[in-house]
Design a protein around this ligand. Structure first.
Ligand SMILES: [Zn+2]
Length: 317
């Protein structure tokens, strides 16, 4: 687990030119695709495990983006069919927003009778501030009212949609453009790097990485580690818990929990230094062993309403 700064999705290094570069256009489109993939896996995990989560929020199941998050405005306008500067970049298949008829590219016009006026916001610098503000407005309106009315510029003109999404585990899932195999959780955000997304062999393996980070959030590890003395042993204990809980979350969401074992082994072989003698270099073997015992425990555990109740999320933990 790494602590992360609260920042936006995109950090592509680029030289700003007015003519869109085709490779860059493709890179922007691929990034949106992976962002939606992470959001979809995250949504599935957070929705299926909602009965075990202390902190819930109503999640529309969409990925919103601001063209300002990208370093090159011309390119983003070529690459993505944004109808407004802040638009729906993609949807969780079968999620509340998609079910309501919202489509990728639909642009944000207003919410609950109020209107956004994107043009009046001055800054032209690449920034995630505006989208963070919008996300926060949706979060608090959904929290306060349960349902919202959102006005969007769609392919067939302006339309108002009523959204009444169910409450699921509170977390947001997004892709970070870093080329390092890395992921992080800060108590609310789950960040997966583009490199790690590519490293995962399939959605089940990617779900293992997302579920591990989500587990840190659900177990409030960051807050707990802030209290008291920070020690390697305490950090290691949180890592073990995240590995254990991740398997239950995966199984409940219909992912293959054993994919986590394969993922950890491959990840360990790729990232652990091979020949050091401080006892840490075969760490992944220990993780796999602990996860194997947890899978055995899951097979002995009885389901409640079709779900495996994770011991780590029982009251008192
Ligand atoms: Zn971790």
């Amino acid at each position: 687990m790494k602590s992360i700064a609260f920042c936006g999705v995109l950090g592509l290094a680029t030289i700003a030119t007015s003519a869109p570069n085709p490779d860059e256009v493709k890179a922007y489109q691929a990034l949106v695709e992976q962002d939606v993939r992470i959001a979809t896996i995250g949504y599935r995990l957070a929705a299926a495990n909602a009965p075990f989560c202390k902190k819930l929020e109503r999640n529309p199941g969409w990925v919103l983006q601001d063209e300002r998050q990208y370093p090159n405005l011309e390119t983003v306008r070529t690459a993505l069919a944004f109808r407004e500067p802040v638009s729906v970049a993609g949807l969780v298949a079968g999620g509340p927003a998609e079910t309501a008829g919202i489509a990728a590219g639909d642009g944000l016009l207003g919410m609950n009778g109020a209107t956004w006026n994107w043009s009046t916001r001055a800054s032209k610098a690449k920034s995630a501030q505006r989208i963070e503000d919008v996300q926060e407005q949706f979060r608090s309106a959904l929290m306060a009212n349960g349902a919202i009315e959102v006005k969007l510029e769609t392919a067939s003109g302006p339309r108002t949609f009523k959204l009444n999404p169910p409450a699921i585990c509170a977390s947001r899932f997004w892709i970070d453009t870093k080329s390092k195999l890395d992921a992080g959780a800060d108590g609310y955000n789950v960040r997966i790097t583009e490199a790690l997304v590519r490293f995962a062999a399939n959605d089940d393996e990617l779900a293992a990485a997302v579920a591990h980070e989500l587990s840190h959030n659900l177990l409030e590890h960051r807050e707990k580690l802030k209290k008291g003395k920070k020690s390697a042993a305490r950090i290691r204990a949180t890592e073990i818990e995240a590995d254990q809980l991740s398997l239950w979350l995966m199984a409940n969401a219909g992912f293959d929990a054993s994919a986590a074992l394969r993922f950890i082994e491959r990840f360990g072989r790729a990232t652990d230094p091979a020949l050091i003698s401080d006892g840490t270099h075969l760490r992944w073997r220990g993780r796999v062993g602990i996860m194997q015992s947890e899978i055995s425990e899951m097979s002995r555990s009885s389901k409640l309403n079709g779900l495996l109740p994770p011991p780590l999320l029982k009251e008192g933990n």
